[in-house]
Design a protein around this ligand. Structure first.
Ligand SMILES: [Zn+2]
Length: 391
């Protein structure tokens, strides 16, 4: 399912909006239009000010859009530093909890990682600082600025400082978690540093969830009232952080396990291909017989045409299986992305499969260029499991 749409392109990077980002945008617009302007020491919104509703919501929408751009600047500054280090950025996606820059590969070098990670919060602090200074400058100099505009300036500054501070929490996948890992990785192996940073991230997540479900300390102490939840957002964010931290750990363990393993160690050299004119019914029995779910497809002259997998076979009706051939269901084939060389790293093969959403790649020999086998995600997964078991 498509959950995000591309809205534009900046410094060559596609900018995408995830549908959940809409909630945060609407939340900011509604919140800014209605939260009180005077009740607390700092203004939270335009609530209580005598304003035309249409104008109130227009101004509030401007606040929402301004926040969107500052969030984008946060992600762009991660991307900019990463690009300086030669990392390719696929896209930037803005979603519920903020943004995410999809990078080709986050550098394993701690020196680079912490610089990329810190660039985002640094940008948010800078933006926040400029807006807040402007606000307090207006106040100190007693300038006659329209109050709602003043509040808008304050809120954008305030939100950016909150964003920067929140991102510095040392928990994956927050920027602070990456800075922490880079810091640890200078003193210990990358895998160990990741595990330790993930553990700290999980402890933070649990603490956050506990704080969220605690009774509000202010109400309890000052007013003697008990409200069941202090802040329901915290447990929600905590769950998200916990899952993300676990994923980061698993990915790092997987890639660490594959260190030094070549494609030739994991590739399959038997049961690798079928001819393109093979009837589907025959392919089905061959898959069952050989207990194989992926084949490369070859032409009569032995030329690589693509792949056929059990997933495609499953989609066919019984009738279709009777008259279709392998060449009718062959998946599109990319001569560069779908082929890997015998001597390349197995980790590279896995990355490519994840990136291209593939379960199989064709393997070629370096010198002759001949097709020599296939490498599948299933084989890689089994191999990794066995590697983990053998150490
Ligand atoms: Zn960030």
């Amino acid at each position: 399912m498509r959950t995000s749409i591309q809205v534009g392109k900046l410094i060559g990077i596609p900018i995408r909006l995830h549908f959940t980002f809409l909630f945060i945008l609407l939340g900011i617009i509604y919140g800014f239009a209605n939260l009180p302007a005077t009740e607390y020491r700092i203004p939270l919104g335009l609530g209580g000010l005598d304003m035309d509703p249409l104008f109130r919501y227009s101004l509030s929408s401007i606040a929402g859009i301004l926040f969107f751009f500052t969030l984008l600047l946060h992600e762009l500054s991660h991307s900019y530093v990463a690009m300086k280090f030669g990392t390719k950025i696929h896209s930037i996606t803005l979603f519920f909890f903020g943004g995410l820059a999809m990078m080709e590969e986050i550098p394993k070098s701690p020196e680079k990682e912490w610089r990329i990670a810190i660039a985002g919060p640094a940008m948010s602090f800078a933006i926040g600082g400029i807006f807040l200074l402007t606000y307090f400058g207006i106040k100190t100099l007693n300038l006659a600025v329209y109050r709602p505009v003043e509040i808008l300036v304050f809120i954008i500054g305030f939100l950016n400082v909150v964003l920067a501070t929140f991102n510095l929490i040392p928990a994956f996948p927050m920027d602070g978690g990456r800075v922490l890992r880079a810091f640890l990785a200078k003193r210990m192996p990358f895998l160990k540093a990741t595990k330790r940073a993930v553990l700290i991230g999980k402890i933070f997540a649990v603490m956050m969830a506990l704080i969220g479900i605690m009774p509000n300390p202010y109400l309890l102490i000052v007013e003697g009232k008990i409200m069941p939840f202090w802040n329901i957002w915290l447990p929600m964010i905590a769950i998200f952080l916990y899952i993300a931290a676990t994923e980061e750990e698993n990915a790092t363990i997987t890639f660490a396990a594959l260190e030094g393993i070549k494609v030739k160690n994991v590739m399959r050299i038997e049961r690798t291909s079928v001819q393109e004119d093979m009837p589907i019914s025959e392919l089905a029995s061959k898959m069952l017989e050989e207990r194989t779910a992926e084949y490369a497809v070859l032409s009569e002259s032995g030329e690589l045409k693509g792949f056929v997998t059990f997933d495609e076979l499953k989609k066919l009706s019984v009738e279709q299986r009777h008259f279709l051939k392998v060449s009718d269901v062959i998946s599109s084939f990319d001569r560069i992305g779908d082929i890997i060389l015998v001597g390349e790293e197995a980790a590279e093969a896995l990355k490519r499969m994840i990136r291209n959403k593939r379960n199989v790649l064709a393997v070629r020999e370096e010198e002759s260029g001949n097709f020599v086998g296939i490498i599948t995600r299933r084989d890689l997964a089994t191999y990794i499991e066995m590697l983990k078991g053998s150490v």
